[in-house]
Design a protein around this ligand. Structure first.
Ligand code: PMP
Length: 361
């Protein structure tokens, strides 16, 4: 049987593992930070109708510039954005990959403050971009002075700032973003995949875009929008930055079905986002209860809670799975991550944790 070792794989991919949280179907799935609430019925109907309309025209390639969708995304984000400052791709992962294809590559480097989103080093490897992990403080915040020192020391071509940060949930004041952009001669992407879950009133890095052509902000419909299955990530930046991404995208990379589904969902954005408050409530409930049980939850601005103080993460993962509950063991010692689900899902998780606490907290 042929194995990977028999194939002439690129050197930097040898020994790497594909990204892969387990995709197990159990009653309570809280491991990949999805919005576990279903789609609102009115949105489902509109999306289905829109897709049916598009099917008749599927013999033709889709709008390569997805202009209508870019207009709708700009309108959704506000901040005076216009279609020429918007970009989208199949998930924000693809957006970030395109950024690396355009601005990274051999001899260039990407810096991030770790622990952070585990795809960044994989995307760097896939585009032959050097990876520079700079550790966060013990409480997972990024100190602006330390950040500026690290940027000056490493002089990276790109910086990805995950805000709020996955897997820790940590927010980041806009002053840190500003300081990093000022200190960096390269491109800075603020990954705001979880921005909608931040405390109401938390400013977005979109506010910093004007006059900063090397700054971009990426977002996704996978989380707050409850639209992970559609694969729609997007980015706001200067029109010139967007032109750079147009150089590396594959022709017609956003299918007509994706464009139609995303457009229909955006027409229902208020309803699509209706569960964000509830999810925040469950997140805070998880943090409070895990603290009472003797675990060490970290403050979260996101739709998940990262908690330390776990004696044996593998044992906790297995025990929960045995009860039909899956959460994330993401390799930070004694630390796990759980997505805030519905009230019922959260209750199931917290009950199971209360049983485990005497031996594991
Ligand atoms: N950024 C962060 C921080 C994420 O956690 C994720 C998904 N886990 C993504 C980007 C990618 O999301 P998607 O490709 O579904 O838009």
């Amino acid at each position: 049987m042929t194995t990977l070792d028999d194939l002439p794989l690129r050197d930097e991919l040898v020994g790497q593992q594909p990204y892969g949280a387990p995709q197990l179907h159990v009653p309570v799935e809280l491991n990949v930070n999805e919005n576990t609430h279903g789609l609102p019925p009115a949105a489902v109907e509109d999306i289905a109708r829109s897709l049916a309309d598009v099917v008749r025209g599927l013999n033709r390639y889709p709008d390569r510039e997805f202009t209508e969708l870019r207009e709708a995304l700009a309108a959704y984000l506000g901040h005076g954005l216009t279609a020429d400052r918007m970009w989208a791709a199949n998930g924000s992962n693809e957006v970030l990959q395109q950024v690396l294809q355009a601005f990274g590559g051999p001899g260039r480097t990407l810096l991030s403050f770790t622990p952070t989103y585990s795809m960044y080093p994989l995307l760097a490897a896939g585009t032959q971009t050097g990876w520079i992990p700079v550790p966060r403080a013990d409480d997972f915040t990024v100190d602006p002075d330390a950040a500026v020192r690290a940027v000056r020391e490493h002089d990276p071509d790109l910086i990805f700032l995950c805000r709020p940060n996955n897997p820790t949930g940590t927010g980041m004041p806009l002053e840190v973003v500003e300081a990093v952009v000022d200190a960096c001669r390269g491109v800075v992407v603020v990954d705001e995949a979880y921005q909608e879950f931040s405390d109401p009133g938390t400013a977005s890095a979109l506010e910093l875009l004007d006059g900063r052509p090397r700054l971009a902000v990426s977002r996704t419909m996978s989380k707050a929008f409850a639209f992970a299955g559609v694969r729609l990530g997007y980015l706001a930046a200067d029109p010139a930055f967007v032109d750079a991404l147009r150089l590396v995208r594959l022709p017609y990379h956003l299918s007509a079905l994706t464009q139609a589904a995303a457009l229909a969902a955006l027409r229902h954005s208020d309803e699509m986002l209706a569960n964000v408050d509830r999810i925040r409530g469950q997140r805070d409930r998880i943090a409070a209860r895990l603290g009472e049980l003797g675990f060490d939850p970290h403050p979260s601005q996101s739709n998940f809670v990262c908690f330390g103080g776990v004696r044996d993460t593998t044992a906790v993962f297995d025990r929960l799975l045995g009860q039909g509950i899956i959460i994330r063991d993401n390799g930070i010692p004694h630390t796990m991550r759980v997505t805030a689900g519905t009230e019922t899902e959260t209750t199931a998780f917290l009950r199971a944790m209360a049983e485990l606490a005497p031996e594991q907290a």
